[in-house]
Design a protein around this ligand. Structure first.
Ligand code: SF4
Ligand code: SF4
Length: 335
């Protein structure tokens, strides 16, 4: 039997959550759909393929104060940032929940990033299965699925005028306490994710193609806008700045991209990735080669955002296919 919640009951549950805690949900804002705090159920967008920006900024804000340093008489006081607020995210798609779980690799690896760990602890994720994946989506090729519940706390799947409810974690169970779920014999259908991308064996293929001129030819098109990194749920490059404000210093972390000119420039001016080709290779090899070597999963979850957003049509799906083809040729040539 399937546990279900009617649409009206779902709205009333979300309404009661937002009275006590911060509820963040997809919201239509100026022709975009973005995760935003909501104060009323009417603000929530239920009719979206996916949000334009991923929910990573709820865990890794684009600008974040890590700690402050203040002089107090003859002492120096360091105050680390503390996350006090509990947040419930409604409507996270399975690929984005995979993105958050993927970033646990670098951010919870010893020593864990304190802010990431606090956000993870204080956030409960209510997933919403995709009913109509967008044409650029390819989550199934990257190990997930439009109804994958493995990385959320609760998974909802729309069926007729109700939602099938799967309680996945203890956090999810706590959030659902007191909510009356009915039993039904309806079976939610599983949509297929449109694009098939040959990701199997990509680590070996990327290794073989590492020194090929492919990267610099592809990078000729890149205009360094960094949009691909900012929309991506698994890109986590950042820059660190100190800001002084009337005797108080804040250490601030801001989003960056490994494709930015000067991202790897070191003292003395040397830059090991001074040309566009090596920077573009870094972005894709980090996702398809180094990340899986270091942490296990691929560093791309197939959300398709960079495919839709890149102004010069640099498409990771094509890159994966190209690497497989070129890797096979390079392999033959070396035999
Ligand atoms: S690389 Fe592109 S498709 Fe992959 S997770 Fe990032 S934005 Fe999505
Ligand atoms: S979105 Fe496209 S043009 Fe912009 S930095 Fe990324 S690959 Fe380059």
């Amino acid at each position: 039997m399937t546990k279900i919640l009617g649409k009206k009951e779902l709205e009333s549950w979300l309404g009661s959550i937002m009275k006590e805690r911060t509820l963040v949900a997809p919201k239509h804002v100026n022709h975009l759909t973005l995760f935003s705090p909501v104060q009323s159920v009417d603000e929530i967008a239920f009719d979206y393929e996916n949000t334009n920006l991923s929910p990573k900024e709820l865990f890794f804000p684009r600008t974040d104060t890590l700690f402050t340093v203040e002089r107090k008489d003859s002492d120096v006081e360091v105050t680390p940032a503390i996350i006090e607020q509990e947040t419930i995210i409604f409507g996270i798609r399975p690929c984005d929940a995979w993105g958050i779980a993927t970033l646990d690799g670098p951010y919870l690896d010893d020593p864990a990033d304190s802010l990431w760990a606090q956000h993870r602890d204080k956030t409960t994720m209510i997933g919403l299965a995709c009913t109509k994946p967008a044409p650029q989506c390819f989550c199934t090729s990257m190990g997930s699925a439009p109804n994958d519940s493995s990385k959320v706390d609760i998974m909802l799947t729309e069926v007729d005028d109700s939602y099938a409810v799967e309680t996945v974690t203890e956090k999810g169970e706590r959030l659902l306490r007191g909510v009356e779920l009915k039993e039904s014999d309806v079976k939610p259908s599983v949509p297929s994710c449109g694009t098939d991308v040959p990701a199997e064996g990509i680590v070996e293929a990327a290794q073989k193609v590492f020194d090929e001129p492919y990267w610099s030819r592809l990078a000729d098109r890149c205009i360094h806008c960094n949009v691909c990194a900012y929309v991506c749920p698994t890109c986590y490059c950042f820059d660190i700045r100190d800001r002084r404000d009337r005797g108080k210093i804040e250490r601030i972390r801001t989003w960056e991209s490994c494709q930015s000119k000067g991202f790897t420039r070191i003292a003395g001016g040397y830059d090991p990735r001074a040309d566009k080709g090596t920077r573009l290779r870094q972005r894709f090899c980090h996702k398809l080669l180094y990340f899986p070597q270091q942490f296990g999963p691929l560093g791309c979850v197939g959300c398709g955002r960079c495919v839709a957003a890149c102004p010069v049509n640099i498409d990771i799906r094509e890159i994966i296919s190209d690497l497989q083809g070129l890797g096979a040729k390079v392999g033959q040539g070396s035999n």
